[in-house]
Design a protein around this ligand. Structure first.
Ligand SMILES: NC(=O)c1ccc[n+]([C@@H]2O[C@H](COP(=O)([O-])OP(=O)(O)OC[C@H]3O[C@@H](n4cnc5c(N)ncnc54)[C@H](OP(=O)(O)O)[C@@H]3O)[C@@H](O)[C@H]2O)c1
Length: 249
């Protein structure tokens, strides 16, 4: 997404914990002739959030958009999960997103066609078994986004909710925890490049909601029109799970 936006002429502040990955991304952005500032740190830390916003204001003279994309996931039943798992997921997927937004809004008010992009998930719209904490965090993102959109409308700040279905990214290899068998493992999904292009286009056109690609659109439509069927499928998937974790490939 950073690359896609740089290609379209944006300068970017990039935030993540892994410095080497930031350097890779910043290198690619600079090769496109754009500026990239790296802030290596945990977005759950308020100093890191403040540093990111300050970097944009000090070095770029302001902020035109904020993309809240950082997120983590865990898979496994709720009943045997630790409290920590819930806290870890909400800290980054929800609280960091909300608090970074709070910091950014005063600067976005001065921005050109300002927009906040919150990356939710198709699981912002439908709950599935064995991902309760993740679903809850993404439903929370959707609620926050809808409410904020209405609040900021009169100020001219757009707020976009992005709800992708399975996307082939590192999230599937970097689950913070996987406990027990689960039907919800990535097989094949959209490419990150496809989702990034759709997000960039939605930002330009001032869309409020984006379901990138056919699968999330169909799931959303199915869930809205046939909620009972969606619940039945989720329960059926859960009933037909194997009792043991499959061996590592
Ligand atoms: N992949 C899917 O199937 C899918 C589907 C629907 C929605 N989504 C959502 O899409 C968003 C992006 O995920 P992805 O699929 O692209 O996963 P990803 O490849 O694992 O990317 C997640 C990014 O978030 C950063 N991050 C995670 N925790 C952080 C923290 N505490 N502080 C700062 N940065 C942090 C990671 O960098 P570091 O680890 O270096 O910090 C990484 O750059 C997430 O919100 C996810 O929930 C993904």
């Amino acid at each position: 997404l950073a690359w896609e936006l740089a290609r379209q002429g944006c300068d970017l502040v990039l935030v993540a914990r892994r410095q080497e990955r930031l350097q890779e991304a910043a290198g690619e952005i600079k090769s496109l002739g754009r500026r990239a500032i790296m802030v290596a740190g945990d977005l759950c830390d308020e100093r890191v959030r403040a540093q990111a916003v300050k970097a944009a204001v000090d070095q770029f003279g302001g902020l035109d958009f904020l993309i809240n994309n950082a997120g983590v996931c865990a898979l496994g039943p709720f009943t045997t999960a630790s409290r920590q798992r819930l806290h870890t997921i909400f800290s980054i997927n929800f609280f960091a997103l909300v608090e970074l937004t709070r910091l950014a809004i005063p600067h976005l008010r001065q921005g050109r066609r300002p927009i906040i992009v919150n990356v939710g998930s198709i699981l912002s719209h439908i709950g599935i078994p064995n991902a309760s904490e993740y679903c809850a965090s993404k439903f929370a993102v959707r609620g926050f986004t809808e409410s904020l959109r209405a609040e900021l409308l009169s100020e001219g700040i757009d707020v976009l909710l992005v709800s992708p279905a399975t996307t082939e990214t590192e999230i599937w290899d970097r689950m913070i925890e996987t406990t027990g068998p689960t039907a919800w493992r990535a097989k094949r999904g959209a490419t990150p490049q496809f989702v990034a292009r759709k997000i960039a286009a939605a930002m330009r056109s001032g869309k409020r909601e984006l379901f990138p690609g056919l699968p999330p659109k169909l799931v959303h439509l199915g869930r809205s029109l046939f909620p009972g069927l969606a619940a039945w499928i989720a329960a059926w998937k859960q009933r037909t799970l194997p009792k043991e974790l499959p061996p590592e490939p």
